[in-house]
Design a protein around this ligand. Structure first.
Ligand code: AMP
Length: 448
């Protein structure tokens, strides 16, 4: 049976030993499953005390720390809807998202200025300290979980578009829980697995894919504040699985410490969020003996396809559809290459307060139009060859040319601009702006 809600999936998989480690920041902090239950209980109470009821949004814009993960789990225990935000968002962007999401509570870094409509605000710095932790510390650790329905929202994750403002993808309990259970199974997680977590946690990849696999496995993760080749390599010995974006792998390849010996405890390297070059795949295999497993997903859908754990991992492809996911290629442009559309329990239900977009991005039979273009070979492997939507993927993160052009066009002396992606060996794609100046004006590159 497919698990329908996150709290019951995680409860079912929780290790019987409360002293089992769930999360470790090397040299700084170690959280056991017992700590996890206590701290998320206290945080869930602190949410209630701040006025957060079932279905209310909790927006979070803080640096990566274990608190982000704890807060996510406290939200699902309290039936609140998490709205994660990139710490790099500017005040303007934050104000827009807050206005759109209308959270009951906003958790932000104490160093940032308050923006947006008045609402309850609590703080957390990069170490997790701040008024949120203070509020939780005085609460009881015992919290009775809300029991949401599978279609209730667990999160709203903003993703930008080619036209105008970011839009919030509504992710339900079922979307996240079904995907977590599937990934846990197809990637062969077992009792000895330890995940190396170096991804950001404001994005579905690091926040949901990675963390949920660990919780669905009842084991632990080594949690690093950021991806940095030296510290990542130093932790390999204690880990078995790494999830990353292609840039992580090219950076590891540039490091002399990446050897077969350094990877001796690792069983699986997974890549996604952007295309992994076949040359990176081949070089990594030659250096370490590991064939990186490439998979494909997106904010709106979670994971869609994966190369196999057992069987051929085909470089340049993103593998086959997950067991409960349907993938089709329609409106072919050239032989066998067309728009990729998907359907499954992991696919979101629509964009927050945007019925217009929700209607245009879904087909009548429930398939979602991903905006990616590709083809499926005779063995069922999907290859992505491009995007029908205008987006540059740099280091695994989406950059929407329109958003940058809008800002550049406001600089005095700029007539117009065009932002494009160019191939970059490190980032996959780098961002380049072509700017037209007014005839008499000399533009300053730094100012731009
Ligand atoms: P995001 O919503 O930020 O996760 O971005 C999703 C987009 O990333 C997809 O629509 C694809 O264009 C791209 N993407 C994700 N994984 C892959 C992959 N393995 N190969 C190529 N593109 C990918």
């Amino acid at each position: 049976m497919r698990p329908a809600i996150l709290t019951s999936l995680f409860a079912e998989r929780r290790p019987s030993d409360p002293d089992r480690v769930f999360l470790e920041v090397p040299g700084r902090l170690r959280l056991t499953y017992g700590d996890l239950a206590d701290q998320t209980g206290r945080l869930a109470h602190a949410l209630r005390t701040s006025g957060v009821g079932v279905g209310d949004r909790v927006a979070v814009q803080i640096e990566k720390s274990p608190l982000t993960v704890l807060l996510y789990l406290a939200c699902i225990r309290a039936g609140a809807v998490l709205v994660p935000m990139n710490p790099a968002y500017t005040d303007n962007e934050v104000a827009y998202l807050l206005g759109d999401a209308e959270p009951r509570l906003f958790v932000r870094d104490p160093d940032r200025t308050a923006v947006g409509a008045p609402m309850t605000t609590l703080t957390a710095d990069a170490s997790g300290a701040g008024s949120l932790a203070d509020a939780a510390a005085v609460e009881s650790a015992e919290f009775e979980d809300v029991n949401p329905g599978p279609d209730d929202l667990a999160a709203i994750v903003y993703t930008s578009g080619t036209t105008g403002r970011p839009k919030g993808a509504m992710l339900s309990q079922r979307n996240l829980a079904s995907n977590a259970a599937t990934l846990h199974r197809i990637w062969g997680f077992g009792p000895d697995d330890v995940l190396l977590h170096a991804l950001p946690v404001f994005h579905v990849h690091g926040l949901f894919m990675a963390t949920n696999c660990v919780l669905a496995n009842g084991t632990g993760m080594v949690f690093l504040p950021r991806f940095e080749p030296d510290s990542v390599l130093a932790q390999f010995d204690r880990c078995t699985v790494m999830m990353g974006v292609p840039t992580y792998y090219t950076r590891l390849l540039a490091h002399p410490g990446l050897t077969e010996r350094a990877c001796r405890t690792m069983r699986l390297f997974i890549s996604g969020s952007a295309p992994l070059l076949a040359t990176t795949h081949d070089e990594f295999r030659a250096r370490t003996g590991h064939a990186i497993l490439e998979r494909y997903g997106m904010t709106e859908t979670g994971m869609l396809t994966s190369n196999p754990l057992d069987g051929e991992r085909r470089p340049g492809t993103v593998g086959r559809p997950l067991p409960d996911v349907e993938v089709r290629v329609v409106s072919p442009r050239t032989e066998g290459i067309g728009d990729i559309e998907v359907r499954g329990p992991n696919v979101f239900s629509g964009y927050w307060r945007r019925p217009d977009l929700s209607a245009s991005e879904f087909r009548a039979d429930g398939f979602f139009r991903t905006g990616d273009v590709g083809g499926i070979d005779e063995d069922g492997y999907l290859s992505i060859v491009g995007r029908s939507k205008d987006v540059v993927i740099s280091g695994g993160l989406n950059v929407y040319p329109k958003e940058i052009e809008d800002v550049l066009d406001q600089v005095p002396g700029v007539v117009e601009s065009a932002v494009v992606g160019i191939p970059d060996p490190d980032l996959g794609e780098a961002v380049v702006a072509v700017v037209v100046a007014e005839p008499s004006v000399t533009l300053d590159e730094d100012e731009l």
